[in-house]
Design a protein around this ligand. Sequence first.
Ligand code: AMP
Length: 405
Amino acid sequence: MSAIQAAWPSGTECIAKYNFHGTAEQDLPFCKGDVLTIVAVTKDPNWYKAKNKVGREGIIPANYVQKREGVKAGTKLSLMPTVPAAGLTWGRDPLHTWLEAGITESEPLHYTSDADGLCTRLIKPKVMEGTVAAQDEFFRSGWALNMKDLKLLQTIGKGEFGDVMLGDYRGNKVAVKCIKNDATAQAFLAEASVMTQLRHSNLVQLLGVIVEEKGGLYIVTEYMAKGSLVDYLRSRGRSVLGGDCLLKFSLDVCEAMEYLEGNNFVHRDLAARNVLVSEDNVAKVSDFGLTKEASSTQDTGKLPVKWTAPEALREKKFSTKSDVWSFGILLWEIYSFGRVPYPRIPLKDVVPRVEKGYKMDAPDGCPPAVYEVMKNCWHLDAATRPSFLQLREQLEHIKTHELHL
Ligand code: AMP
C-alpha cells in the first residue's frame, strides 16, 4: 500500500484481492472475493480492523483488499450514441420504424404501447461497443465478480434485457440478470452502475457484475425469494394479506424512495412490477434501468403511461415529484391487490382524462386515510405533491393510529 494513501474511514467496503489465512489470533482470515467492511484504522497504516459478512471482526492487511467505489456510467460506459457511429449497426428494430416515420427524438413523445400500457423501447444498438471499458471500470471499482464462483441454477424470470436466473455465488443464493453479446448492454450497464452508488435495506442490493471476455454480461443481485410485488399481491389476495401487510409494503417502498430523494436519484419507473419481495416479506425497489441522477437530461425510450406523471409524459420533466406521482399509483396497486391501474378506461383516454384532473377512485376496502395519501401524490401541479419524507411521516401516522384497518 502506498504510504501517502488517505486512511479509509470506518464503514468503507472492500473486496478481497487474495486469500488471507491470518497468522495471529487477532487476524481476520478471508478469501478472494469476500466483502469486508472497515471498522477502524490501526496504528500501522498497512493494517485495518475490519469485519466480515457474518460480523466477525479482526485485523486485515490493507494491500490484500481493494476499496469498493461507485461506478459512474458517464461517457466511458456509454454504448448508445444518438446517431449510429461508424462501425455500429442498428438492427431492424423500433428505431427504424420510428425514424422511417419521420419522427425525431426532439418531438413530443409518441409511443406505441402494449396491453398493460407499457411502451416498447425505441432505441436498440446491436453492437456492444465499449464493453472492455466497462469491464475495466468494474474491476477498478471492485465490483467485478468471478464467473468461476457462480453457478447458474434455473430461470426465475424474464426481463427486458434477458433471463433472470437463480444462482449460487460461493454458497449464497443470488439472482443473476444475464445478457448475451448481441443485446442491449447499454441500459444493462447503466443499471449496474447506478446500483453501485446506492445502498438501502429497501433497495435490491447489487452484489457485483461479471463482464465476460466473450461478451456475456451478468448482474448479480440479492435473491428476492417471493418475486415481484405485483405477482405477490395478485396470488395472495385479500384473504391472505391484511391491512398491516399492505401498509408495511407501502412504508418499505416509501423508505427506499425517501433515500433516493435524499440522494437526488430519480427512479422513473416505480411500479409494483419493479418492487420485489424477500423471503422475510420485505419489499425492495428494483429495476434501476431507467434511474438517472436528477440533473440528467438523458432520454429514455420506454414510458409506462399509467404510472408516469403528466409533466414527465408531456415535457420529459422527470423529478422526485414525478416519482411521487408513480408512488401514488403504486399505493393504488397495493391496495387493489395488484390490479392494473385505470381499469375500464381505454389506454388512449387515460392521459387526456388525467390532464383534466381525473383521479382513480379508492380501491375497494382502502382506508380513507391511505386514499388521501394517494390523491395527494396526484396533484397536477408537481410542486404541491408531498415529498417522500412527508409521505413516510403520513404513512407512519396512519400506522401508529391504526387508521389502516
Ligand atoms: P426484471 O428484469 O428486473 O424486470 O425482472 C424480471 C422478473 O425476474 C421479475 O418480475 C422477477 O419475477 C424476477 N426477478 C428479477 N430480479 C429478481 C431478484 N433479485 N430475485 C428474484 N427474482 C427476481
